[in-house]
Design a protein around this ligand. Structure first.
Ligand SMILES: O=C(O)CCC(=O)C(=O)O
Length: 434
């Protein structure tokens, strides 16, 4: 009875009355649900002592079941320590000579073994961009040829369009990836200004060189195909990885992983903010990954832009797989795409405020994941991923991740879809002129 009368009282109340709890708005809901940090946890091994006290930055020691209850069921990210401790990859892949030659050794070995069907090295897919931004909204500048055939100043004659730019993709022998990384590094002088030139921030345009020719840009390579490439393109790498991480995921999510992917890149590449409809267990092997994470219920604050989609094109030399050049032309896809057009790392005084001031209301979390650590990235969470080589083995950053089917029958999936499609309560108020 008393509950009914208090809810009636609330309905009648204009909410200026100090006896009522403040009305829950979309913004206050986001604040209520926001997390202050990404905890670091350890998974208790079978037969391990459940009373072990956490130490060394670890906040919790949990069993897989407790992990499910505390993190998966609540859609909370965390960093897991200890899961990949028995991966020899963590030490072996720090050595370039070892990492980029493992393929040849594997096939030599497998040639004498009937159990292995493939007997010769294949090729791996590498994404190439001029600015380290694959699958990202980009201000693409179309240059007009000048009188003397030279490209002309972008300030006077160029037109630009914001496009979703997919990378060019080439298939190369694995050791060529190392050569492409080394070439990109050597040309870092070119890469640095261009990496800001194309990434879409108006305020940064002042750094743009007066003219540039895509054919002069050095491709920035990133192995980032998300098609189960650990199995299909990099099977030899599995020799240095145990099943510890995949088995943990199987136990927690109740099925085998849908895809296991390999990521080999450098600090020149950043993955733009996006979300995936998978549970993600992401293990860093070499270097450091910096994740910026935004919860899926904050989707309306991230506003997507609808843009045309295109991809970079390259010319390759069949006789020399290390010789790759950008074509002057990009290839348009026959579709438009909705994508988040703001890099949340841009500072507020830049064009963030003009394009989408709402982004400043998000509650992003930062997670720095180091070798041997595993990030649990709950399904649907938005993520932007940057990476840094460590000084002692500074060629590249390497990670392996496992995607598991997410649950689509619980309320969260439907609520997230609803919020993303319908925007926020405050927007609805604006529509009504309130
Ligand atoms: O490591 C990266 O660059 C991106 C990773 C990612 O987006 C993912 O695992 O879903």
């Amino acid at each position: 009875m008393s509950d009914v009368s208090s809810s009636q009282q609330q309905e009648e109340c204009s909410n200026d009355c100090c006896a009522c709890p403040p009305k829950l708005t979309y913004d206050s809901l986001c604040d209520l649900l926001s997390l202050s940090s990404v905890p670091v946890v350890r998974i208790l091994e079978k037969g391990g002592d459940a009373n072990t006290e956490p130490s060394d930055g670890i906040e919790l020691i949990v069993t897989p079941l407790q992990f499910y209850r505390e993190f998966v069921a609540k859609s909370k990210p965390c960093i897991i320590r200890g899961l990949a401790d028995n991966w020899s990859a963590i030490s072996k892949w720090r050595d370039d000579a070892y990492l980029f030659q493992t393929e040849a050794k594997y096939y030599k070995k497998s040639g004498s073994c009937d159990a292995q069907p493939a007997t010769e090295p294949g090729s791996v897919t590498v994404s190439l961009t001029p600015n380290g931004r694959a699958d990202c909204i980009t201000d693409v500048i179309f240059l007009q040829p000048g009188k003397d055939g030279e490209s002309v100043s972008v300030e006077t004659d160029a037109e630009s369009e914001r496009l979703f730019m997919a990378p060019a993709e080439v298939k190369v022998p694995f050791p060529t990836v190392l050569s492409l990384i080394q070439q990109a590094r050597l040309n870092a002088v070119l890469v640095a200004p261009l990496s800001v030139d194309l990434c879409g921030s108006a305020a940064r345009r002042k750094f743009r060189p007066r003219a540039f020719d895509p054919a002069e840009l050095t491709p920035i390579p990133y192995c980032q195909t998300q098609n189960n490439c650990l199995e299909t393109e990099f099977p030899w790498l599995k020799d240095d990885i145990t099943s510890s991480v995949a088995s943990f995921g199987e136990e927690v999510f109740g099925s085998a992983c849908d895809a296991a992917n390999v990521w080999i890149g450098t600090s020149m590449s950043v993955t733009s903010m996006h979300q995936d409809w998978y549970e993600n267990i992401y293990a860093v092997v070499r270097g450091v990954k910096q994740f910026t994470l935004i919860p899926p219920w904050e989707a309306p604050l991230l506003k997507k832009e609808r843009v045309r989609s295109a991809k970079y094109c390259v010319k390759t030399d069949p006789a020399d797989s290390t010789h790759v050049e950008f074509d002057k032309h990009i290839e348009f896809e026959d579709e438009e795409i909705d994508w988040i057009g703001i890099d949340v790392e841009d500072s507020p005084e830049h064009d963030v405020m003009l394009r989408n001031p709402e982004i400043l209301k998000t509650n992003p979390l930062q997670a720095e994941v180091t070798p041997g650590e595993v990030l649990y990235l709950p399904a649907m969470w938005f993520h932007r991923v940057a990476q840094t080589e460590v000084p002692s083995d500074d060629t590249c950053v390497v990670a392996v991740n496992y995607w598991f089917d997410m649950s689509m029958d619980g309320p969260l999936y439907h609520l997230v879809k609803y919020v993303a499609a319908n925007g926020t309560a405050s927007e609805n108020h604006d529509d009504d002129g309130e």
